[in-house]
Design a protein around this ligand. Structure first.
Ligand code: C2E
Ligand code: CA
Ligand code: CA
Length: 687
C-alpha cells in the first residue's frame, strides 16, 4: 500500500487544475469532494462549485454500485486495501453512462487525514477508435472475400509474407508454396519476374501506385493478369494486387475489332486502312520510296444488291475480299472503305510497271465468275491508282486522287484501271472549288432559271419550254449546268436546288399562261438523286397547288440513267408522279442503253431524241435511220417525240418529214431568261 504526502497531492492539484482530458477528483474520508478539476467538470457535467462538499455516491456512482464503492473506499482508507484500477461505467449529471478507466491514489496529510484521488480517463474515444478498427477489419475481410483479386503483402525483396484471397482456388497453388517464397509461381516466367523487380525498384523510389500487365499460361489456358503495386512507406512493405483480366481483354479485343475492322469481310476498315497508309507514307518518306494506292470499286454492284438481294450482295463482297487478300503481298494492305469500295496499299515499288502489274492482277482475280449459292456471278472492278509522292503527299490527298482516277476508269468503260494524272488533279481541284461555292449559291441568290421554247413542228406554235438552270458566281463567273449539276447531285444539294427550279418554273408558267392565255407546258429536269428524296411527291403536289397550275402542264424530264439504277424507290416515285397527273419525258434518248423495255414499263408521255443524233441526221444515213425508227416506235407506244438541239433549217425540215412532233434548239432560241420568253415570238420566222 502506498501513501503519498500532502505536498505531492498539492503539486498534482496544480498540475491537473486546468487539464481537460483527464478528470481528477479528490475525496475526503467521508467521500466528500475536496478537489474537482476542469476535466471532471467536462466529463461529469458538475461545476466545481456544485461538486465541492458533496458525496462521491451522490454525484457519479450509479445506484447499483453504491455499496461496492462505499465499502472499497472505506477499506482502503481504514485497512489499506487498495482499489484496483479498472474500466468502470459511472454516471454524469444528466444520468448518462460514462465509461472511464479509473485509478486511485491515497494521500495523507500531517494531521493523518486521508484523501483519495480518482483519476478517470474517458474511454468514449477509445471505444470509438476500437469500433473503427473492428469495422475496418471486417470491411477488409468482406472486400477480400468479395473481390476476385489476389492480395499479396511482400517485403521489399519480393518475399511474400501474407496474402488475402476470397476464393483459395484463385491462388492456383497451396499457401505453403507462397508464404516465405520470393515471386512465386504466378510470376515464375523470367520475363514477368524481371518486370516485377523493376516495378518494385521504381515504386520504392518514387512511391505511389504502379501497374503492368502480363500473360501466363495457366492450367485452364492463356490468362492475362494485371498487377498493381503499392508501396507502404511506413512499413517498408509492398502490396501487390493481382487481377485476372482475361475477360476484359477479350471485350477490349472485340471493341478493337469493331473500331478497326470491317464486320462483314474482316478487312481493315476505312479508319485502319488510312492509318496504315499514313504509316507507309512515313516510312516511304524516310527511305525515299514509292507507295501505290489502288482504289477499287466493283462495277454495277448495286444491280446485284437490288436484283438478287443484300444477302447475295454480302456474300459476293466477302468472296471478293478473300480473293483480294490472296493476290496482294504480305506487306501490302487490303481494306474495305465501305459499300463496294476497297483499297489496296502497296509499298516500295521499284517502278511504274509494278503498279501496272498489280492493277492487272487485281482485274484478273475478278475474271473467274463468283459462285454464290450455286449461282455463277460475273463481277468486274474499276481501279484508280495514285502514287506517292507524285500524286500527293498525304493519305487523304492520295485517297482522293485514287478515287478520281477510279471514276476515270469507270468512264473508260469499267473493268479497267486508270492512273491519276495532272489533268485529273485540275478537275478535282475545280470540283472542290465549285462544291465550296455551291453550298451558298441558293442563299446568295446566284441562280436563275432560263427557258428554252419547244415548238410544234407542224404549225410552228410554241407549246411550252424547258427550264434550264443557270448559275452565276461572283468568283467563278458563269458555271455550266453540265459542270455543277453532277456536283450538286453528288453532295445532295440538288434536292434544295431542284425544289428552287420547280418553284421558279411554276411561278413563271402562271405568268406566261395568263399573259398569252395559252396552255403552255413547262418541263423540268429531275436528277436521280432527287428521287431518293422522300418529300419529292408531296413537294410537287404542294407547289402545283400554291402556283395554281394543272398537273398536266408540268413535265419532268428524266434520263435513262435514273431507270437503270433500278431501285424500287424510283419505280415508286415514277408511279406516284404518273398518278399525280404530271407528264413524264425520257430525256437524251439514244445515249444510254436506250432500252425499249423502259418505255414500255414506265408510263412515259414524251421521248426526247438526243442532240447528238439530231446533229447527224442531215449528214449520216445511219443517224437518220435511227431517228426515223425511234419516232415510229415512240408513236406506236403513244409517245410524243421531241427533237433536241435543232440548229438548222435542214434538220427541221427533215424532222418534219420523219413525223417528229416537237423541236427545241438554237434554231428557235437559246435558253433565255423568263422576261424574254414572255415576249418571245417564233411563228414570225416561219416562211
Ligand atoms: P439537257 O436536259 O439535255 O438540256 C439540254 C441542253 O442542251 C441544255 O444545256 C441546252 O442549253 C442545250 N441546248 C439546247 N439547244 C441546243 C442546241 O441547239 N445546240 C446545242 N449545242 N445545245 C443546245 P444546258 O442548259 O447547259 O444544260 C445541260 C444539262 O444540265 C441539261 O441537259 C440537264 O441535264 C442539266 N440541267 C440543266 N438544268 C437543270 C436542272 O434544273 N435540274 C437538273 N437536274 N438538271 C439540269
Ligand atoms: Ca432536259
Ligand atoms: Ca437532253
Amino acid at each position: 500500500m502506498l501513501l503519498h504526502h500532502a505536498a505531492t497531492r498539492d503539486s498534482i492539484r496544480q498540475l491537473f487544475d486546468a487539464v481537460k482530458a483527464i478528470s481528477v477528483q479528490g475525496y475526503d474520508e467521508e467521500r466528500r469532494v475536496v478537489y474537482w478539476n476542469v476535466g471532471s467538470e467536462l466529463l461529469y457535467g458538475y461545476t466545481e462549485a456544485e461538486a465541492l462538499g458533496r458525496k462521491l455516491e451522490e454525484l457519479i456512482i450509479p445506484e447499483c454500485m453504491c455499496n461496492v464503492v462505499v465499502t472499497s473506499h472505506k477499506r482502503w482508507v481504514d485497512e489499506g486495501v487498495e482499489i484496483p484500477a479498472s474500466e468502470i461505467i459511472l454516471r454524469n449529471k444528466n444520468g448518462q453512462d460514462v465509461s472511464v478507466f479509473s485509478s486511485h491514489v491515497l494521500f495523507e496529510d500531517e494531521n493523518n487525514k486521508k484523501e483519495m484521488y480518482c483519476i478517470d480517463i474517458d474511454l468514449a474515444e477509445v471505444r470509438q477508435a476500437q469500433a473503427q478498427v473492428i469495422f475496418k477489419e471486417n470491411m477488409l475481410k468482406a472486400v477480400f472475400e468479395a473481390t476476385p483479386d489476389l492480395f499479396f503483402l511482400m517485403q521489399e525483396d519480393g518475399t511474400i509474407i501474407d496474402y488475402y484471397v476470397g476464393d483459395k482456388k484463385n491462388l492456383y497453388v497451396l499457401p505453403k508454396d507462397i508464404l516465405g517464397k520470393k515471386y512465386v509461381r504466378f510470376f515464375c516466367l523470367k520475363k514477368v519476374v524481371k518486370n516485377f523487380k523493376s516495378h518494385f525498384v521504381k515504386i520504392i523510389e518514387q512511391g505511389g501506385v504502379s501497374s503492368f500487365e502480363y500473360e501466363l499460361s495457366m492450367p485452364h489456358g492463356l490468362t492475362q493478369f494485371e498487377a498493381r503495386i503499392i508501396y507502404l512507406q511506413s512499413d517498408k512493405k509492398i502490396v501487390v494486387i493481382v487481377r485476372d483480366i482475361t475477360e476484359q481483354h477479350k471485350a477490349a479485343e472485340v471493341i478493337r475489332k469493331h473500331a478497326y475492322f470491317d464486320n462483314l469481310t474482316s478487312l481493315p476498315n476505312r479508319f485502319l486502312s488510312l492509318d496504315r497508309l499514313w504509316q507507309m507514307l512515313k516510312k516511304a518518306k524516310r527511305n525515299a520510296d514509292n507507295v501505290a494506292v489502288f482504289f477499287l470499286d466493283l462495277d454495277d454492284f448495286k444491280k446485284v444488291n437490288d436484283s438478287l438481294g443484300h444477302e447475295v450482295g454480302d456474300k459476293l463482297l466477302v468472296e471478293a475480299a478473300n480473293r483480294l487478300k490472296l493476290v496482294v503481298r504480305e506487306s501490302d494492305t487490303v481494306g474495305r472503305l465501305g459499300g463496294d469500295e476497297f483499297i489496296v496499299l502497296s509499298q516500295a515499288l521499284t517502278n511504274g510497271h509494278d503498279a501496272i502489274d498489280i492493277a492487272e492482277n487485281l482485274l484478273g482475280i475478278f475474271r473467274e465468275p463468283f459462285k454464290i449459292d450455286g449461282r455463277e456471278l460475273s463481277l468486274t472492278v474499276s481501279i484508280g491508282i495514285a502514287i506517292y509522292p507524285e500524286n500527293g503527299g498525304s493519305a487523304s490527298d492520295l485517297l482522293r486522287n485514287a478515287d478520281t482516277a477510279m471514276y476515270q476508269a469507270k468512264t473508260l468503260g469499267r473493268n479497267a484501271y486508270s492512273f491519276f494524272t495532272r489533268a485529273m488533279n485540275d478537275i478535282t481541284l475545280r470540283r472542290l472549288e465549285i462544291e465550296g461555292y455551291l453550298h451558298y449559291a441558293l442563299e446568295r441568290d446566284e441562280f436563275e432559271v432560263y427557258y428554252q421554247p419547244k415548238v410544234n413542228i407542224v404549225n410552228g406554235n410554241i407549246i411550252g419550254a424547258e427550264a434550264l438552270l443557270r448559275w452565276h458566281n461572283p468568283v467563278l463567273g458563269n458555271v455550266t449546268p453540265d459542270e455543277f449539276i453532277p456536283i450538286a447531285e453528288h453532295t445532295g444539294l440538288i434536292v434544295p436546288i431542284g425544289e428552287y427550279v420547280v418553284q421558279q418554273a411554276l411561278d413563271f408558267l402562271g405568268d406566261w399562261q395568263s399573259a398569252h392565255q395559252k396552255n403552255y407546258t413547262i418541263a423540268v429536269n429531275l436528277s436521280p438523286r432527287q428521287f431518293r428524296d422522300k418529300k419529292l411527291i408531296d413537294f410537287i403536289k404542294k407547289s402545283l397547288n400554291n402556283a395554281n397550275i394543272k398537273p398536266e402542264s408540268l413535265e419532268f424530264e428524266v434520263t435513262e440513267g435514273v431507270l437503270m439504277i433500278g431501285n424500287s424507290y424510283i419505280d415508286g416515285a415514277l408511279a406516284e408522279l404518273h398518278k399525280l397527273g404530271v407528264k413524264l419525258s425520257m430525256d437524251d434518248f439514244g445515249t444510254g442503253y436506250s432500252s425499249l423495255s423502259y418505255l414500255r414499263k414506265y408510263s412515259f408521255d414524251v421521248l426526247k431524241i438526243d442532240r447528238s443524233f439530231v446533229s447527224g441526221i442531215t449528214l449520216k444515213k445511219s443517224d437518220c435511220n435511227l431517228v426515223k425508227a425511234t419516232i415510229a416506235m415512240a408513236h406506236s407506244l403513244g409517245l410524243l417525240v421531241v427533237a433536241e438541239g435543232v440548229e438548222m433549217r435542214e434538220q427541221l425540215t427533215l424532222l418534219e418529214e420523219l413525223g417528229c412532233d416537237l423541236a427545241q434548239g438554237y434554231y428557235f432560241s437559246k435558253p433565255i431568261p423568263a422576261k424574254e420568253l414572255i415576249d418571245f415570238q417564233y411563228a414570225a420566222n416561219r416562211p
